[in-house]
Design a protein around this ligand. Structure first.
Ligand code: ROI
Length: 173
C-alpha cells in the first residue's frame, strides 16, 4: 500500500472517499494505474492511499476473464455528484462502453463510500449497495480503512474477515 498524502496539493474542507477500481479487458493493471494517475491529476481530488492490486474471479457472469481490482482513498472538495461525473469521464476516456450489466469491462470506477454522505438518488446509492458482499472490494478496502464502520453492515475489517475470498489473490505490481 502506498501513501501519497505527502504529495497532496489541497487543503480546506476536504472529505475522504473510497473508490473501487476494476478491469478485465485489455491490460487491467495498466488501466488501473492510468486511472489512479487521472484521479491524482483531477482538480479537487487528492489521491491518498492505494491498496494492493488483486486478481479476482468474475462475479456475475462466469464466462469472462479474471478482474484486476483495487481500492484507493482520496480527499476531495467535490460533491458526490461531481465526483461521480469525474469517475465516469475517466471510465469513458479509458474506452469504457456501457454494455451489459454483468459483462466484461475496460475500466470500472465505483464510488464506494464518502464521508458524511448517504444517498438513495436514482444516479447514486451511497454507501455502494454491494460493498458489504464483495471480497474484491472489502479486502482491499480493509487495507486502507479497517476501522471504518458502515452503517447497517458493521466494521470493514470484520466484514472482510467474514467474506469468502477464495477467488481473490494479491498480485505483484
Ligand atoms: N467481478 C470481479 N471479480 N471484479 C469486478 O470488478 C467486477 N465488476 C463487475 C461485475 C461484472 C459485477 N463482476 C466483477 O461489474
Amino acid at each position: 500500500m502506498r501513501d501519497r498524502r505527502a504529495q497532496s496539493r489541497h487543503s480546506g474542507a476536504m472529505k475522504t472517499a473510497y473508490i473501487g477500481l476494476g478491469a478485465n479487458l485489455g491490460d487491467p493493471p495498466k488501466q488501473l494505474r492510468a486511472a489512479l494517475e487521472a484521479l491524482a491529476q483531477s482538480p479537487g481530488i487528492s489521491l491518498h492511499k492505494v491498496s494492493s492490486f488483486y486478481r479476482s474471479a468474475p462475479i456475475g457472469r462466469a464466462d469472462q476473464s479474471d478482474y484486476c481490482n483495487a481500492v484507493c482513498s482520496i480527499a476531495t472538495s467535490l460533491s458526490a455528484e461531481a465526483l461521480l461525473k469525474i469517475l465516469q469521464e475517466i471510465e469513458h476516456a479509458a474506452g469504457r462502453v456501457r454494455g451489459e450489466r454483468w459483462g466484461p469491462r475496460v475500466l470500472d470506477l465505483d464510488l464506494l463510500w464518502m464521508e458524511g454522505v448517504i444517498s438513495h438518488s436514482p444516479q447514486l446509492t451511497l454507501p455502494h449497495p454491494q460493498l458489504h458482499l464483495r471480497a474484491f472490494v472489502l479486502v482491499p478496502l480493509a487495507e486502507l480503512a479497517p476501522q471504518l464502520v458502515l452503517p447497517e453492515w458493521g466494521r470493514v475489517d470484520q466484514l472482510a474477515a467474514a467474506v469468502d475470498r477464495s477467488g481473490l489473490t494479491p498480485i505483484a505490481e
